[in-house]
Design a protein around this ligand. Structure first.
Ligand code: PSU
Ligand code: MN
Length: 309
């Protein structure tokens, strides 16, 4: 057990017994949704994982310690404090953990990249979230490519998501994942989903129609020693999807505002997410909540299937 990591009681027991566990990220709680929907969603996601037969492990950094498995009070605190909590990706982890020995230990909400790192340390292989980070539009000028993609290239965790938002350059994101050798599996689809909408027009090489098929591919990859993650791209259910025209227009406006305000670096993604939400009102939020729950259910089924192999 890593000396910087604390497991929640239920998570520790499940892992020791070889039972299925699903990792969940916390940036989506603190930076991805408004309070109180963020807390409600995080708790509903945990319940959905349990209903499907797995144990949820929400991951964060609290008091300068890595945590896998938060209790309700800890989730609530992250949701209430929101953007006051540090958005923690790979590069931020050492600084935040070193703060444990100083006068003011830092709390961090983990991104996809950081959540994968902690999940792998804990021995958790399956992780559910909403959307992954990727190659930003204009990356040829800004060089803005999410650390999530390089993490997927090196850390052995399957990430179940609804694709990526078209605040990103989706074709370049898929090219980057291809270069890094990261499998992208469409669940019940031949297309990469675009988060709020089930289709992006971008074809995927790989498709799977059952959690068992996905678990089998994970086993083969890791038994071969092919290090790195897998993207399981699970389209938003049709009934909860947004009108592509509405969402495209909101994204166009959000990108223009970010450009005009000179937003850069780690602020870019939270800024764009907040703007899109502001411009589309409650519709994007309810679609976001539905797709995260849908991903949690699929991730739990994959974890259950993987635990049986
Ligand atoms: N995309 C979303 N919702 C999110 C994020 C991305 O649709 O909440 C968050 C995730 O935590 C992701 C992070 O790992 O933003 C990526 O940030 P960046 O682009 O700065 O790497
Ligand atoms: Mn970035």
């Amino acid at each position: 057990m890593n000396r910087y990591l604390d497991l929640g009681q239920e998570v520790a027991c499940a892992l020791a017994a070889g039972k299925p566990v699903v990792a969940l990220e916390s940036t989506i709680i603190s930076h991805g949704m408004p309070y109180p929907q963020n807390v409600e969603t995080a708790l509903r996601v945990e319940a959905a994982v349990r209903e499907a037969g797995a144990v949820p492990a929400t991951i964060a950094i609290l008091g300068g310690r890595l945590k896998a498995g938060l209790d309700e009070a800890q989730i609530r605190t992250l949701g209430i404090r929101g953007r006051e909590v540090v958005k923690a990706s790979r590069r931020d982890i050492p600084r935040i953990l070193a703060s444990a020995t100083g006068p003011a230990p830092i709390d961090g909400a983990t991104t996809v990249a950081a959540t994968m790192i902690v999940a792998a340390l804990a021995g958790i292989r399956v992780f559910a979230t909403g959307g992954i980070g990727g190659v930003h539009r204009g990356a040829e000028r800004s060089f803005d490519i999410s650390a999530d993609l390089d993490e997927l290239a090196m850390t052995d965790v399957a990430v179940v998501c609804a694709g990526a938002k078209s605040i990103l350059d989706l074709p370049k994101t898929l090219e980057y994942l291809e270069t890094k050798g990261v499998p992208v599996i469409g669940y019940g689809t031949d297309e990469f989903p675009a988060f709020y909408t089930p289709r992006s027009g971008l074809r995927l090489e790989e498709r799977a129609d059952s959690p068992e098929e996905i678990a089998q591919r994970l086993k083969v990859k890791w038994e071969l020693g092919l290090r790195g993650g897998v993207v399981v791209a699970n389209p938003v259910p049709e009934a909860e999807a947004m009108d592509p025209l509405v969402i495209d227009e909101a994204i166009r406006c959000a990108l223009a505002e970010a450009e005009a305000a000179g937003i850069k670096g780690k602020e870019t993604t939270p800024f764009l997410l907040a703007k899109v939400k502001e411009l589309t009102g409650g519709e994007s939020l309810s679609s976001n909540i539905a797709l995260v729950l849908n991903n949690a259910r699929l991730a739990a089924r994959i974890a259950v299937a993987y635990a049986k192999l």
